[in-house]
Design a protein around this ligand. Structure first.
Ligand code: SF4
Length: 399
């Protein structure tokens, strides 16, 4: 079954069936701009044409397995048509309403990494970011990531990458309705930071980005699309050659090769940190783009005094913006703990003293089990245990 929002498949179909080309525009308008996920709801098409298209196309073939809601986030667990599981997270960024500013300052509940006392009453929706998956699970195996523990299953085709955004836009319309200017609330920012290493699914990632930027499709600003990579150097070079003009974030997590090898073994073994930084310098000089560095804060591992200075020195002349991410503790990794908040602040100050911009990520969704795909991990492990038990029972009954 083809996806109706796949431009090439749709164009070929319309030509083959001698259907006027302007129908493609109506369909794209309905799916990308109006958030419609059901062919039968595209009422700009005749009933006959909708019935005909339904024979050969779908828009949405995801099954929602679980959804977790929090004032700042919604987390979806989708089952794909082939039964595999992925996760997608929506993050709602809000401004404090002026009438609550004083009260919030006083109560010290202005968004911080430890406090999520944020409600629609006190905060107005400003923008929505979606964190999308690019693969089913992941081969990279970062030691702090639950997805990495699951191993790799498959690359998502561009349609399944895009459908996460289309599904989200449809959901957002129902949840938030229209903005004050009469347009629909929808995803504004896309980050490839969900399950998987997007650079290891390069072609599908790049094609999906074309749809994101296309005026006839999602029409997102290039500044609002971010690829987050654990450091696949040859693909970073390919981005430059292919002129893929979006933002890039590097999950550095360690300022030296030894620690990178411990945290991100697969990628660090391929290229050492010096080669990686050479590639990064080539990227920034070729594109003029500033790079964002993700840095995970794990107690006594990535947050020691020695490391503060190493990171500062490494990034000092690199026009870097470092985002410190407090590690989300997870029972699947009992040996890892998050850094103390005081330690994070000291870390921030020291790295800043080297002339580097540093922010601390507000961990939206901490309370909805967003511990690096913990929800998905739990469901998948449950499934695995059930499968194993069923298999054991089958073996027992054969005896
Ligand atoms: S952090 Fe990202 S790259 Fe590393 S294992 Fe998890 S999903 Fe893969």
């Amino acid at each position: 079954m083809n996806y109706l929002f796949d431009t090439q498949a749709l164009t070929d179909y319309l030509q083959d069936h001698k259907i006027p080309a302007f129908r493609a525009k109506q369909i794209q308008q309905a799916i990308f701009k109006e958030g419609i996920l059901d062919i039968d709801q595209i009422t700009t098409l005749s009933k006959d044409l909708r019935d005909q298209l339904s024979q050969d196309f779908v828009i949405n073939d995801f099954t929602l397995k679980e959804k977790v809601e929090w004032p700042e986030t919604t987390k979806f667990l989708f089952e794909l048509a082939d039964g595999k599981i992925i996760e997608t997270v929506l993050m709602y960024h809000r401004h404090v309403r002026p009438e609550y500013e004083d009260e919030i300052k006083q109560r010290k509940i202005l968004r911080s990494w430890t406090n999520h006392d944020i409600s629609p009453k006190t905060h107005k929706l400003n923008r929505i970011t979606i964190c999308i998956s690019s693969q089913v699970w992941c081969a990279v195996g970062c030691i702090f990531c639950v997805t990495g523990k699951l191993g790799f299953k498959k690359n998502l085709p561009r349609q399944e990458i895009l459908l996460q955004i289309l599904y989200a836009n449809n959901y957002i319309q129902g949840k938030f309705g229209k903005k004050e200017d009469g347009t629909w609330n929808r995803v504004r920012n896309v980050v490839f930071m969900g399950m998987g290493e997007p650079m290891l699914n390069y072609d599908e990632m790049v094609t999906s980005i074309e749809y994101m930027k296309d005026q006839r499709a999602l029409w997102l600003s290039k500044r609002h699309i971010t690829i987050s990579t654990s450091g696949v150097a040859d693909k970073i070079r390919q981005l430059i050659d292919d002129k893929v003009d979006v933002r890039l974030a590097l999950s550095l997590h360690a300022p030296n090769q030894e620690l990178r090898k411990e945290l991100i073994p697969m990628i660090a073994k391929r290229r050492d940190i010096d080669e990686l930084m050479e590639t990064i310098d080539y990227y920034t000089s070729s594109t003029g783009n500033r790079l964002f560095y993700e840095y995970i804060m794990i107690r006594d591992k990535t947050d020691t005094v020695e490391i503060w200075h190493q990171l500062g020195k490494l990034l000092k002349h690199r026009n870097a913006h470092v985002n410190l991410i407090p590690y989300n503790e997870n029972p699947a990794m009992p040996n890892l703990e998050t850094s103390e908040y005081d330690q994070i602040l000291k870390f921030k100050k020291t790295v800043e003293s080297h002339g580097v911009t540093v922010t601390v990520r507000d961990t939206l969704g901490r309370d909805v089990q967003w511990a690096c795909w913990q929800l998905g991990y739990e469901v998948i492990m449950k499934q695995r245990i059930e499968d194993m038990e069923a298999e054991n029972e089958a073996v027992d009954s054969d005896k």
